[in-house]
Write a protein that binds this ligand. Structure first.
Ligand code: FES
Length: 156
């Protein structure tokens, strides 16, 4: 028999088959079909970074990626970061450094920061500022966000 129409997503290690059309964005698939609402819809235009997830080891604005394009490729969302009941070191560092105020941009900041640390760019303030520039924070918590990333980078 022919495979069921739709898209298969591999999210945080679990495979999901979704009966969605080719026009659905990864962000909408995560939020509205899988109830993974950590990734936020800030602008839906690729300008704020609130929807950042990691796809194939690279950060992407999930509002700009069609779910069909992400088919069968590993996706990590903020919900998949903590393991064995422990926060990821960057999640813990955000708490330690008070790196959020309203919290709306935080999941995107953390996902972007995790990828940046894995890229080996988490040690230098100028590098962090440059490579986190796609993640906006309206509360202006940037200094604390940078401190959190530096600390987590030093530990990993
Ligand atoms: Fe995707 Fe703003 S919601 S970049």
């Amino acid at each position: 028999t022919a495979p069921a129409p739709g898209v298969t997503l591999l999210v945080n290690g679990t495979r999901h088959h979704l009966a969605i059309g080719p026009e659905v964005t990864l962000l909408d698939a995560l939020r509205e079909r899988l109830n993974l609402t950590g990734a936020k819809k800030g602008c839906d235009l690729g300008q704020c970074g609130a929807c950042t997830v990691i796809l194939d080891g690279k950060r992407v604005n999930s509002c700009l990626v069609l779910a069909a394009r992400a088919q069968d490729r590993p996706i990590t969302t903020i919900e998949g970061l903590a393991a064995d009941g422990r926060l990821h070191p960057l999640q813990q560092a955000f708490i330690t450094h008070d790196a959020f105020q309203c919290g709306y941009c935080t999941p995107g900041q953390i996902m972007s920061g995790v990828a940046l640390i894995e890229e080996g760019r988490g040690h230098d303030e100028a590098e962090i500022r440059k490579h986190m520039s796609g993640n906006l924070c309206r509360c202006g918590a940037y200094a604390n966000i940078i401190a959190a990333i530096r600390e987590a980078a030093a530990r990993t």
